[in-house]
Write a protein that binds this ligand. Sequence first.
Ligand code: FMN
Length: 330
Amino acid sequence: MDLTTNYLGLTLRNPVMPGASPLVDDLDNVRRLEDSGAAAIVMHSLFEEQITHDQLAEFAHTEHPAESFSEATSYFPRMEDYALGADRYLERIAEIKRMVGIPVIASLNGISPGGWTSHARLIEEAGADALELNVYYVASDPDEPGTAVESRTLEILLAVRQAISIPVAVKLSPFFSSPGHFAKQLDRAGASGVVIFNRFYQPDIDIEELAASHRLDLSNSTELRLRLRWAAILHGHLRSSIAVSGGVHTVEDIIKAVMCGADVVQVVSSLLKYGPSHIGTLIKGLTQWMEEHDYTSISQMRGSMSLRNCPDPSVFERANYLRVLQLWKL
Ligand SMILES: Cc1cc2nc3c(=O)[nH]c(=O)nc-3n(C[C@H](O)[C@H](O)[C@H](O)COP(=O)(O)O)c2cc1C
């Protein structure tokens, strides 16, 4: 069975990898992931706030010890709470690279154009094979037009592209008016891949305490459907690779994502639930399913249910919305 796939110009042994999460903070987990068959290691993010904090701290140390932190900094977790500081992050890339034979994809996470993007070069120098750029932005200012959000993201991508020569994937939000058009713009600006999608964590409200509550719920397979639609729409329109992230829990989820056009899937919630060896169970199940259904390779399956190839493309479009509403019976 030929499970190989190409992602960001890298040839991978199969299409299943852990997504960005603290799972790889533990080197034993990294080893287990590789032994279980993971196609690559995706590291958790190094955040703009961590980098600028380090830069600020240096500045504060030499210039203004007392008043270096704006109030806004207090909205972010304390820097000590991040698993690794900026320097440790770079060391960790090098450690993981020494340890594994599979590609290592680092992740840089931020929202504003600026000096922090030059950290991409340090990440490349530390040995990362590729970089995932996550622009996790919540457009909370109703006066800011969507075009401004798009241009800023493109500007960040261009700055990172200029700093490094390893491939860059952009982890996208589903909240663009036309995600397909924006993905094409990223493609033209030099992204080697798009990761669809960021999973936005929704705050809840405590009505007794009148407080916002922060809870991180793990995903389930129903969240995959949003990704399936957009993988199916994007397949065949991009030079960039497509990674599906969000709601991949089972063998069937992987098959669906590949059939819709994914080059790879990223798995987080189900690995946090069942542990790193779950990736081996998924790969074994994928191989078995493909054998039983007479597939010989991943490439044979990829995109077979995309918008272009699907026997009923209307399922991905407005027509299906009308049909589904009409089918509802009380
Ligand atoms: C505990 C936790 C930490 C995460 N950390 C990051 C991160 O550092 N960077 C990032 O891009 N995504 C991060 N994610 C998001 C995941 O990479 C992934 O996109 C999301 O969990 C959806 O995939 P899933 O449905 O398989 O969980 C994190 C998710 C979890 C649950």
